[in-house]
Structures are given as structure tokens and as C-alpha cells.
Write a new protein. Structure first.
Lengths: 417, 159
């Protein structure tokens, strides 16, 4: 075992120090003046993850499973340890409920294509919210088209809050699945997953939660939430790209047929017939991203070492500060994120296209995302071609928000006269 | 300042800001002979270019759409330089413009077009901002598509 020791001291809740955490991220040594406010698209990587992956390749690497030599056994241990870390992180009941995939997109497609066809029939309904990322919309839309089912969209209310009453009214005995995000990648709205699960389960529907934005920022307990599926991408959680997790309740996963087939997921193959392994291996055909999973495990350890309550508290405070600073600037319109908005702030400057804002901010070394954020129907609803989105990570502090606000001011001065 | 090492005012010169805010020929033509739509799926910019071509001459040109300051100004300036040109001159202007914003080679413009090439010069600041080049070329791609397809054209997409 050559796990890289974490250099981050356990942060006491009163002493969260983004400047100290920043030093754990080599990107800021390369770009000392960078104000990085795009963690919602992909977070930067701590040294523990970068070095840990390299160490794994140097010390413990071989293909996993079925190897009789000790190096392969060690690599398998590291890979399966990462699975256990993900289980513990989500508080799943069983390691077999954790499937390693390329990311949340692949996880949702897996569920739509494996669980979907057997469960969704003509006339059935799938409910999504109106703040979904395209990756939690298009797979369901395609499933509905194939199955002659109906895609139903539950709206947010005018304050940006998920409308539970409207959602409840849209549920029917035909509802088979409610697929919702935990935190909107555009408005930062935190959805009431617990209540959504209760209401959906009461109608016999399953619930899939897109946890990409929530997982790196707040405690997540899939058993407490009660959802059937929870998906997230590793790269948004300070882990490597090309990694992700599908959590599925064991009995649900067990009922699902294989998705992709090949090596690593069978018990026996004959020309006439193949027997498949149970979850999670049934859904992990081919050599997995072994080092990626190890890196993801290290990233989850990093988050845990900082403390998820502490991160949530810090980002909550900083979100409030950002909302405050931005709304002081004339002509700036902030997209409403409801009562519980975490870590993501979308805004526009009246009369200025988000792409022009993005270019000006870049010249001030402030990295934000501009555009439709893979949520075109939501942009349509907001009546804008896109927004400017600032999203937070553990390395951000008030000084970053001040730089953002200053750059937005400069942009406004340039374009609005 | 970021990696471009370029002053923002080189990109957002006054003439760009002016045309971005107050685009010229910003309307639909009632009876165009040619029209085409341009769409940049990356940023959502949309533009519709309308042409009236009589014989081989572009007698009227206009546009509608929504986009950033660069694409709006590019479309606005494009309509100004295209009006009254022959179709071939219009294509030659696009070739000159394209080369200047992408850093390609188009050779010397013909004397008759030199003034128009100069008018488009302020837009060439995008060359230092590679992710924004397509904003400037989108209306020109729509213009070219309109020439090809008359009134039945598909939407051209750049990304």
C-alpha cells in the first residue's frame, strides 16, 4: 500500500482556511493570480490526487481481478478499496451498490438503457425537474421516445425554489421514475430530495438523483435520502476526469440486465449462452479506469479530511457574500436560486452578452463559465441566451469574490454607458 | 491579464461597441432573394442574413438575430460593406476577412475592395482570442450559405 498521506490538516469548523487549502492545489502554484470560479464544471485537483495516481502507477499497477500474481492482487485491493471509500462516502449499505463508470452521464445512460426498457412501457411517465442538466434530460427523453412514454417536467416556482406541490400534482400511477438533480448546476438551488423520494415512492416510482454538484459540497447519505439511484462524476469532486459512480439500491441493480457486455462481467460464456456476474461487476464490462478509481478514492478522502460540513458551511457563507456583492452592481441580474442556494451563482449584465462578459473576466484572470450550461430549456424559461456562472470550490475565498465583482464592474463600464 | 497578452480595447474597439449596441441594417427584408440562418450551438448565437440579389449585384442586405457584441458588430459591418457589391466581390471580401481573423493567407485584396477590407479591420482583434473567432465569422458563413442556397437553405452551424 503506497497511499499518499494527506497533507491537509483536519479543519476545525471555525478554522476553515481556503488559503491553506489552495496550497494543496498545484494549479495555483502555476497560476498564482488565477481566480478559479468554475469548479461546478470541473474542480481543480489536489496534490494528494495527482501524486496518488502517479504513485499508484509507479508502485501498485496491474490489471485487476483474476490475476494470480501478487501485484495484480494489490491493484485489485486498491481498486476495491476505492469502491469501499465511495460506499462509505455515500453511506450506501453495501459495496456491491457502487458501480464505477466514466461519469454521471454514463451512469444515467446506464440506468435509462438497462433499467428503463423493462420498466417503462407505453403510456408510462418519467418526471424530471426544469433545472436538469442535459445529461439528466436527454437519456430520459430518448427512453420515452422508444417506449412511447411521456416526459413530464416539474417546474421551479418564480423564486427558483423546486415546487413540491406542482411536483406532487404531476405524479400519477403511471409515473415510473423521478430523475432530479440534488443541486442545480445553473441556479445552485438545493432540491428537497427527501420529500421528492417520499412522494415518488408513494406512487411506486423510482428516484434517481444527479449528485454532481451536491456531492463535493455537502454531506450525502443515500440511505437517509432513500433514493434508488445516486450518480456523480469524479472530476467535479476534485478527482480525475473519466471517473464516476452509480449508486443503485442492491435489489434494484440486481433486477437490471447488463448494459455493456464483455470481459470482467461474466461467470460463464458458451456460444449458446452467457451467465453474468451480479452487481456491481455486471455493469463494469472491460478493464475499468483502475487508476481513475484509485484517484477518485483519494479525492473523496481529501474531501472527508477537509470535512463536508465545514465545506458546506464555508461555501454557504461565500455564496451569500457573492450574491450580496453581485446584486450591489447596477444592471446585474442574478438568477434566483430559491431559499437554499449553494455554491453556484448565475447572473447577467443587462444588455451584455454572457460571452463578452466571459472574455472580459478572463482578461482579469477570473475564470467563470458562460453559456447555456447544458440546460437549454432552462435558458429558454429564463429568457436569456445564456448566463455567466460562478461556482465555488474549497480554495475560494472572499478575495476571489471581490475580484469577480471588480471585473464585472469593469465589464459593465465597458459595455453599458 | 490573461494569456492573450492583449488589451481588451483592441478587441472591443469603439466601433465594435457601437455596432454591437446599435447594429445597422438590423431588420428582415420583406422580399429577399436569398436568406440563411447561422447558429453557433456553443454559445447560442443566432443570426439570419437576408439578401436581395439583382443580376450579379447585392442590392440590399440585412440581418436579424441575437448574439454577443462581436457577432452583432460583425454582422452589422458585414451588411454595410456588402451593399452594392457584386456576388463575387462579396465572396472575395469574406475570403479576405476570414484570412485576417484566423491568421490565414488571402493575398492582397483588389484595389476596389481595399476600403472595405479596412472597414472590417477593427474586428481582426479577435485573432488574439481564438475562442471568439467564430463569433466574428458566423454572419459571413450565413451570407455564404445564403448565396449557395437561395431561399431554401439549411441553418449553418459553427462550433
Amino acid at each position: 500500500m503506497a497511499a499518499t498521506p494527506l497533507r491537509v490538516p483536519k479543519a476545525p469548523s471555525c478554522g476553515f482556511d481556503p488559503r491553506a487549502l489552495r496550497r494543496e492545489f498545484p494549479i495555483f502554484a502555476t497560476h498564482p493570480d488565477l481566480v478559479f470560479l468554475d469548479s461546478g464544471a470541473s474542480a481543480q485537483k489536489p496534490r494528494a490526487v495527482i501524486d496518488g495516481i502517479a504513485d499508484f502507477y509507479r508502485s501498485d499497477y496491474a490489471n485487476v481481478h483474476r490475476g494470480v500474481y501478487s501485484l495484480s492482487a494489490r491493484a485489485t485491493d486498491r481498486f476495491e478499496e476505492a469502491r469501499e471509500k465511495a460506499r462509505a462516502f455515500l453511506n450506501a449499505a453495501d459495496e456491491r451498490e457502487i458501480v464505477f463508470l466514466r461519469g454521471a452521464t454514463e451512469a444515467i445512460n446506464l440506468v435509462a438503457q438497462s433499467w428503463g426498457p423493462a420498466q417503462v412501457k407505453a403510456g408510462d411517465e418519467i418526471v424530471i425537474s426544469d433545472v436538469e442538466h442535459h445529461s439528466n434530460l436527454v437519456p430520459w427523453q430518448m427512453l420515452c421516445e422508444r417506449a412511447h412514454a411521456r416526459l413530464v417536467v416539474a417546474p421551479a416556482d418564480p423564486t427558483g425554489e423546486f415546487d413540491l406541490a406542482a411536483f406532487e400534482a404531476l405524479l400519477s400511477p403511471r409515473t415510473r421514475m423521478a430523475a432530479v438533480t440534488h443541486i442545480s448546476n445553473v441556479t445552485g438551488t438545493l432540491l428537497p430530495i427527501g420529500r421528492i423520494v417520499e412522494l415518488a415512492h408513494a406512487r411506486g416510482a423510482k428516484v434517481l438523483v444527479d449528485g454532481c454538484q451536491a456531492l463535493p459540497r455537502m454531506p450525502v447519505d443515500v440511505q437517509a435520502l432513500g433514493c434508488d439511484f445516486y450518480v456523480f462524476s469524479g472530476h467535479m469532486a476534485y478527482g480525475p476526469t473519466g471517473t464516476g459512480v452509480l449508486y443503485g439500491r442492491y435489489d434494484v441493480l440486481e433486477s437490471m440486465p447488463p448494459w455493456q457486455t464483455g470481459g470482467g462481467m461474466i461467470t460463464s460464456v458458451e456460444y449458446a449462452h452467457t451467465e453474468f456476474l451480479g452487481p456491481p461487476h455486471r455493469f463494469e464490462a472491460g478493464t475499468p479506469d483502475i487508476a481513475g478509481a484509485v484517484g477518485l478514492g483519494l479525492a473523496l478522502e481529501f474531501i472527508e479530511s477537509v470535512g463536508r460540513e465545514a465545506i458546506a458551511e464555508h461555501e454557504q457563507t461565500l455564496t451569500g457574500y457573492a450574491l450580496d456583492q453581485l446584486s450591489r452592481i447596477p444592471d446585474v441580474q442574478v438568477a434566483r436560486g430559491g431559499q437554499h442556494q449553494l455554491s453556484i451563482v448565475s447572473f447577467n449584465i443587462d444588455g451584455v452578452h454572457p460571452h463578452d462578459v466571459g472574455t472580459v473576466l478572463d482578461q482579469h484572470n477570473v475564470a467563470v463559465r458562460v453559456g447555456h450550461h447544458c440546460a437549454q430549456p432552462l435558458m429558454e424559461k429564463l429568457g436569456v441566451p445564456g448566463t455567466v456562472r460562478a461556482s465555488l470550490g474549497v480554495y475560494n475565498d472572499e478575495a476571489d469574490i471581490d475580484r469577480l465583482a471588480k471585473a464585472v464592474e469593469a465589464c459593465r463600464e465597458m459595455f453599458v454607458r | 491579464m490573461s494569456d492573450t497578452g492583449m488589451d481588451l480595447r483592441e478587441l472591443y474597439q469603439d466601433i465594435i461597441l457601437d455596432h454591437g449596441r446599435h447594429p445597422r441594417n438590423f431588420r428582415a427584408l420583406e422580399h429577399p432573394t436569398h436568406l440563411a440562418r447561422g447558429h453557433n450551438p456553443l454559445c447560442g448565437d443566432r443570426v439570419t442574413v437576408y439578401l436581395t440579389v439583382e443580376g450579379d449585384r447585392i442590392t440590399d442586405v440585412s440581418f436579424e438575430g441575437r448574439g454577443c457584441a462581436i457577432s452583432t458588430a460583425a454582422a452589422s459591418l458585414m451588411t454595410e460593406v456588402l451593399k452594392g457589391k457584386t456576388v463575387d466581390e462579396g465572396r472575395a471580401l469574406f475570403a479576405q476577412f476570414h484570412a485576417r481573423v484566423t491568421g490565414g493567407e488571402a493575398g492582397e485584396p483588389p484595389d476596389a475592395l481595399q476600403d472595405d477590407v479596412d472597414r472590417l479591420e477593427p474586428l481582426t482583434g479577435v485573432k488574439a482570442f481564438p475562442v471568439r473567432v467564430k463569433c466574428a465569422t458566423l454572419p459571413w458563413h450565413a451570407f455564404e450559405a445564403a448565396l449557395k442556397s437561395g431561399l431554401g437553405g439549411e441553418t449553418v452551424k459553427t462550433e
